[in-house]
Design a protein around this ligand. Structure first.
Ligand code: GLC
Length: 744
């Protein structure tokens, strides 16, 4: 590069950095100037978020300067009316920030986040979040309560649907992508919306998978597992806000947890955004038995570091008296208001408080729907394909059954407040539209919804199936059975779905089962009885075309499970990154089917496994089939003895040995064999999406910084410990060739 160009580039980069600094220096200055003008009441007002239930009352509160935010206004006119009251009729004219749960799309609905994680495609996930921001911001929303990056390892928990699954690394990568998509390149762009990582922290570890239940996470587990994604989005995605969780960990509700909110979030991570409570999670500290009344709850939350209170109103009611009684310091209030104003300035709300509301041009744009279709295609996981029945080979007659074949509402999944079901393209609709002219399609739901107990249509189903070349059976969960507060103690198919599948299987017509659900279901029997199984999660607005494209081979499935599928509920919790224990089973142990009569007490070997279901899942994390096959060859390490600041290069050759173009998600796992504390038997450290034509071979390289092997050990300090390591490169969390190296 010529010297002049190089200098120009340097000046440009310095200019960028300088402008970023000046803009943050400018913002800090503006904050201090404004803060000095604010009365205590006005400061407390900024810390108060209203819900949009009663706007007439809200308008009065806003006009009194006692609200900093409103959640769930989605009508641009109402948003502008509320904003005009704040900006033009209060003493200081501080704009409101409007928030909303835009979890997996606003109008164009994408697969549920658990499905998005199955794509292992952060670039596409970021595009989807960007679309969500573009659509939502058009109504005045500039803040979403997403991404939800709780590590979830219990499918009984309905909110696993909103999560990115069980793995801290994959959740971190997906969380960063979502925040970058929401926040865009510049938070002050009117199409950018502030991200809100939630729920801080450990909410997904609810005992028994029962929502809102107690968690008992040790500090080490917090630091090595549950906090990892939050730290990553704070440090790598410039996260704007964080939401506290409902759960009490070790008896301390998150909204009153100073260790999390001050020690970790502020001191260790230097988080500069603001913290919002979850819905009424502050006054719920009275229910927890952590506060005697709402006033004490307000005191504990303010002192713990919750900057803004979502809807429970204890701050506006008690903060002034708490200050007078010296139970909270004015500096605490000032810091909370600084954090809130910092995000409002960063969003450009002072310069640009109103919204144009050109919703018609923005909602459901063709390019938005294309991204939704592609993400749905890449999120769907092929779990079984016996005899390569898929992709379908020009069947003449297709029988379509099941409650999810044409379910526009349920197909969108949980946490959909603004998506319109009349925009959903169902599999039945897509099949007819694309193939209806040259294939005979016979459709009968047989079961009207997932819990349906009415078997009167079964005879009809039997007759139709016998006449068809293939049966497509769409089963799963209604969306109401998934999501917040919707915990299940039994993960078998609801209603008579399983019976319907068995009935169809007995007709011997090839049976393809497509499952739409918000969680792993216990489907061992149904998988056995099906010739092929696709797991589509709740695939969103364009789930129909996506499924049809996969069934007919227009697209080759590439999705991989972001969550372990247990054989039954009794195996839960079951996740790949578990500790080995002192008595690991190896899968060859005796079980209920072959234990001898009067076997002696210790004859089974005393290993860690279930006599009735072993200790292997139905499907492991990272699992997913393709219509083609991939061969891993020549895995080599750049070194086998490394220093702690080295970068280990791992190379391999990957060949598509089948007849279809395909994408393989190559996964790299590592294990520290012996350390100051016991560590997981495997941990995902990297992955790559590799596209290969039929017969094509590529060299693949991973660069693994040894620093990525750091963890919090016995001394609770994060570091790499010297010793021996194993490393696997493969297509899921239980396969792959093992290689070893040592860190000195
Ligand atoms: C809910 C959820 C939280 C959501 C908030 C606002 O109860 O826990 O995830 O963002 O309230 O709707």
């Amino acid at each position: 590069m010529k010297k002049s160009c190089f200098l120009a580039l340097l000046l440009f980069l310095f200019g960028l950095k300088a402008s970023a600094q000046t803009s943050s220096a400018v913002i800090e200055k503006k904050i201090e100037v404004l803060l000095k003008k604010m009365t205590l009441k006005e400061k407390i007002g900024q810390m108060n978020q209203l819900s949009a239930d009663d706007m007439e009352t809200n308008f009065k509160v806003i006009q009194q300067g006692m609200a900093g935010s409103v959640l769930s206004i989605t009508n641009p006119e109402i948003a502008n009316k509320a904003q005009r009251l704040a900006v033009e009729q209060t003493r200081l004219g501080i704009p409101l920030i409007f928030g909303r749960d835009v979890i997996h799309g606003f109008k164009t609905i994408f697969p549920i986040p658990l499905g998005q994680a199955a794509s292992f495609n952060p670039g596409l996930v970021e595009k989807a979040a960007r679309v969500a921001a573009v659509e939502a911001s058009e109504t005045g929303i500039r803040w979403t309560f997403a991404p939800m990056i709780d590590i979830a390892r219990d499918p009984r928990w309905g909110r696993i649907a909103e999560s990115c699954g069980e793995d801290p690394y994959l959740t971190s990568i997906m969380g960063i992508a979502m925040v970058n998509g929401f926040q865009g390149k510049n938070l002050s762009d009117p199409s950018s919306i502030a991200g809100c990582a939630k729920h801080f922290a450990g909410y997904g570890a609810a005992e028994g998978g029962r929502d809102y239940n107690t968690t008992a996470i040790t500090e080490r587990q917090f630091r090595n597992v549950y906090l990892v994604p939050f730290e990553q989005v704070v440090k790598k995605a410039n996260l704007a806000t964080i939401m506290t969780a409902f759960n009490a960990n070790d008896g301390i509700p998150s909204s009153g947890n100073e260790f999390l909110l001050k020690e970790v979030l502020r001191k260790e991570w230097n988080f500069r955004g603001f913290v919002v409570s979850d819905w009424a999670s502050i006054n719920e500290m009275v229910d927890h038995g952590f506060s005697s009344d709402n006033k004490e709850a307000a005191e504990k939350a303010i002192n713990a570091g919750v900057d803004m209170e979502m809807v429970s109103g204890t701050y506006v009611e008690y903060a002034e008296s708490l200050w007078k009684e010296k139970k909270i310091a004015i500096e605490t209030i000032n810091d909370a208001v600084r954090n809130i104003l910092r995000i409002k300035y960063s969003l450009g709300l002072f310069e640009n408080p109103y919204v144009k509301g050109n919703t018609k041009e923005v909602f459901y744009k063709e390019e938005h729907l294309k991204i939704a279709e592609k993400l749905a295609e890449e999120s769907i996981v092929l779990l079984k394909n016996e005899g390569q029945i898929l992709p379908l080979q020009k069947p003449k007659t297709i029988a379509v059954f099941g409650p999810l074949a044409n379910a526009p509402h349920d197909q969108m999944g949980t946490w959909v407040f603004d998506g319109d079901k009349d925009h959903t393209v169902t599999p039945l609709f897509a099949l007819k539209e694309k193939y209806g002219e040259n294939i005979t399609i016979i459709y009968e739901p047989i079961l009207k919804y997932s819990r349906d107990q009415d078997s009167t249509g079964f005879d009809k189903a039997r007759k139709i199936a016998k006449e068809a070349d293939v049966v497509l059976l769409f089963l799963g969960e209604e969306s109401i059975l998934s999501g917040e507060a919707h915990s299940l103690s039994d993960l078998n198919f609801q209603g008579l779905q399983s019976k319907l599948l068995e009935t169809l299987q007995k007709t011997k017509t090839p049976l393809v089962t497509i499952i739409m659900a918000g969680r792993p279901l216990t489907i061992e029997k149904e998988v056995t009885q099906s010739n092929a199984v696709l797991y589509a999660w709740h695939p969103g607005t364009m789930g129909g075309p996506a499924i049809i494209n996969l069934l007919f081979g227009i697209v080759n499935p590439s999705g991989k499970l972001p969550i372990t599928f247990p054989k039954n509920v009794g195996q839960i919790p079951m996740y790949y990154g578990h500790l080995k224990t002192g008595r690991p089973a190896n899968g060859s142990e005796l079980n209920l089917n072959n234990i001898p009569i009067e076997a002696s007490q210790t004859s089974l070997g005393n290993k860690s496994y279930y006599l009735d279901s072993g200790n292997e899942p139905l499907f492991p994390f990272g699992f997913g089939l393709s219509y083609t096959n991939f061969e891993y060859r020549e895995i080599a390490l750049s070194k086998t003895i490394l220093k702690k600041d080295d970068i280990l290069e791992i190379t391999l050759s990957l060949k598509n040995t089948g007849n279809y173009q395909g994408t393989e998600i190559v996964q790299l796992y590592a294990r520290d064999l012996a350390a100051s504390v016991a560590l997981p038997i495997r941990e995902l450290k990297a992955f790559q999406r590799i596209d290969l034509k039929a017969g094509e071979e590529k060299r693949v390289m991973f660069k693994l910084p040894i620093s990525d092997l750091a963890f919090y050990g016995m001394d609770m300090k994060k570091k790499v410990e010297a010793g021996k390591f194993d490393l696997w490169i493969g297509s899921n969390s239980i396969s792959g060739e093992k290689v070893s190296f040592e860190v000195k």
